[in-house]
Design a protein. Structure first.
Length: 254
């Protein structure tokens, strides 16, 4: 039974989250690597928040054994039905985020870009070795993966931008959450959801506010996205996930 004033929000591989007094979100690391991640995220977001046009968490480390980060609650509901107004705000937000000097972000807690690029290359090696052979026609997927291998990884990206990580209080966007995947990456990956999983009108507003057309590369990222689920299914012996993800991959790349 939860202590009065502390409501569990969920547990992941890296951290347990609780709502404290309906005012604070606390995340407690479950292992040493997660603790290091919480510290990096707190350092980065405290520096980054004033440079962005939308609210983001500003975590502070409030405990060390185990490592615990706390930030004020950002109010709102997931942005499952964005409007043109939301689209314009998202485009401006991503333009500002991607313009942040990468070297400065690294000095304030962003993971080393070379390490991040190495992880991406290893993931793509797994796709080539373990996903492509499971497809009846691997050619279209291999073509997209080949293009993305040479995509730039030169800006600060959110890394996991989707509807449930963007909050709205109705008309306006009230917060952008879940920065644990922030890294040096391809800006087009942050545009997958805003450009390809919203309405045509919203996508147009995003693109106009963002100012650079990255839709073709975003489409490649969207198409190969199920590769990540395939290898996760292989790692966890989830045959149903592997099958469903292969089917989705083939459909998107047809």
């Amino acid at each position: 039974m939860a202590t009065v004033g502390r409501v569990p929000l969920g547990s992941g591989w890296d951290a347990d989250a609780v709502l404290v007094d309906d005012r604070w979100v606390e995340r407690t690391a479950r292992h040493p690597a997660a603790a290091a991640g919480l510290r990096r995220e707190a350092h980065l977001l405290s520096w980054l928040a004033p440079r962005l046009p939308l609210p983001v968490p500003r975590p502070e480390i409030v405990g060390e054994e185990p490592c615990t980060a706390r930030h004020a609650v950002l109010r709102g509901e997931p942005l499952v039905a964005p409007t043109v107004v939301h689209g314009a705000a998202l485009g401006a937000f991503l333009r500002a985020l991607h313009a942040v000097p990468l070297d400065d972000a690294v000095r304030h807690g962003l993971p080393d870009p070379a390490t991040t690029r190495g992880r991406r290359d290893r993931a793509f090696d797994r796709f080539d070795a373990e996903v492509l052979p499971r497809l009846a026609d691997p050619g279209p997927v291999a073509l997209r993966l080949g293009r993305l291998r040479t995509a730039p990884a030169s800006v600060l990206v959110h890394g996991d931008l989707r509807a449930d990580h963007v909050l709205t209080d109705g008309r306006r966007i009230s917060g952008v959450l879940d920065w644990s995947d922030a890294r040096a990456g391809d800006p087009a990956k942050d545009l997958v959801w805003p450009l390809l999983e919203t309405t045509t009108e919203v996508a147009a507003a995003v693109g106009e506010a963002y100012g650079t057309d990255l839709s073709a590369r975003a489409a490649d990222w969207h198409a190969v996205g199920p590769c990540y689920a395939v290898v996760h299914g292989l790692d966890t012996d989830d045959d149903a996930l592997v099958t469903a993800s292969l089917d989705l991959l083939a459909a998107r790349c047809a």
